[in-house]
Design a protein around this ligand. Structure first.
Ligand code: PMP
Length: 305
């Protein structure tokens, strides 16, 4: 299947979208990215892009922090993304990667006096964490705080931290890492936010635990409240609370809702997928595939009927 990218303000074959070896962001991590899901609905022969606007809002916010001049409004970014996916003609679950970056072929550590550019491409992508339930280890790598590199911004440079933690976890026999904040509280996975179920309520770390404020995190908070009548408490969480939680799961655009079966070789609950996690997963997958009319505002269809 031919695949296209949006690059230098036009649609081009993916193989023609190339940048030079002196490009600033390659050397200093001065790029911002988003990860957006397109979910294939086989009955409707439709792809629904999930919470597209919110992803581009986050990208725009990141551009303020990184002093990137992104010459597209949010609605233009949404339109370009829909057209790109339509041209690619995918009929499966996909993952969309927009990147805004310091594009000057110029060395020197800084954010100022540099050109900016933007591209998008998309690939077919099924499961991110390739397990039904994840075995996790608390990482020896801490999440940077806002005064180190703002974790609320998806800047490529910060992902070295995530990569260190992920590879450490895999090499130690786990599926994913759970990172602590600089002050030693539970922060997040390497590409996911984390939720615990304690006494029938959801508990998740707050922004000041050095997390990325995930769009899936927000989705789960809304769905739990509206569909299950379950409130979410945002508060600092101690490491040992993980070991005694009734249930535990990750949320993320790529990882969806992934149950956590074990942390540091201790079973969470009975080590199976918990009841609340299961119910949330069921509701969430219907919503992202555009099967729940109540939440169609979150779903942008790609193909015209
Ligand atoms: N934390 C990190 C570090 C991430 O990379 C991601 C993925 N974007 C998330 C959390 C989850 O965010 P979202 O639900 O918006 O994808």
């Amino acid at each position: 299947m031919p695949s296209y990218a949006y690059f230098h303000n036009e649609f081009v074959p993916l193989s023609e979208a190339r940048i030079g070896i002196m490009t600033h962001c390659l050397h200093y991590g001065t790029a911002l990215f988003e990860g957006i899901r397109g979910n294939w609905n086989s009955k409707q022969k439709q792809i629904y892009l999930f919470r597209l606007e919110e992803h581009y809002e986050r990208l725009h916010n990141g551009c303020r922090v990184l002093k990137i001049n992104l010459p597209y409004a949010i609605d233009e970014l949404c339109r370009i993304t829909v057209e790109l996916i339509e041209r690619c003609g995918f009929q499966e679950d996909i993952y969309i990667r927009p990147v805004a970056y310091k594009s000057s072929e110029d060395l020197g550590v800084r954010l100022h006096n540099l050109d900016d550019d933007f591209f998008i491409f998309a690939i077919p992508w099924g499961r991110y964490l390739d397990v039904d339930k994840a075995k996790c280890g608390v990482s020896s790598w801490r999440r940077p705080s806002d005064n180190v590199i703002p974790p609320q911004v998806k800047v490529t440079g910060i992902y070295v931290n995530n990569a260190l933690a992920k590879t450490e976890a895999i090499e130690n026999g786990f599926d994913e890492a759970i990172m602590l904040s600089t002050d030693g509280h539970i922060s997040e996975g390497t590409g996911e936010n984390i939720f615990l179920v304690i006494d029938g309520k959801l508990v998740t770390p707050p922004s000041y635990s050095n997390i990325l404020m995930g769009i899936t995190r927000n989705t789960v908070i809304e769905l739990a409240r509206n569909e299950l009548g379950i409130e979410t408490i945002e508060r600092q969480i101690d490491r040992s609370e993980l070991y005694i939680a009734g249930e535990c799961f990750f949320t993320g655009t790529a990882a969806h809702i992934t149950p956590i079966a074990e942390v540091d070789h201790r079973k969470i609950g009975d080590g199976e997928i918990g009841e609340i996690t299961k119910r949330l997963q069921r509701i969430y997958f219907e919503v992202i595939q555009g099967n729940n009319p109540k939440y169609l505002d979150w779903c942008t269809p790609v193909y015209k009927k």
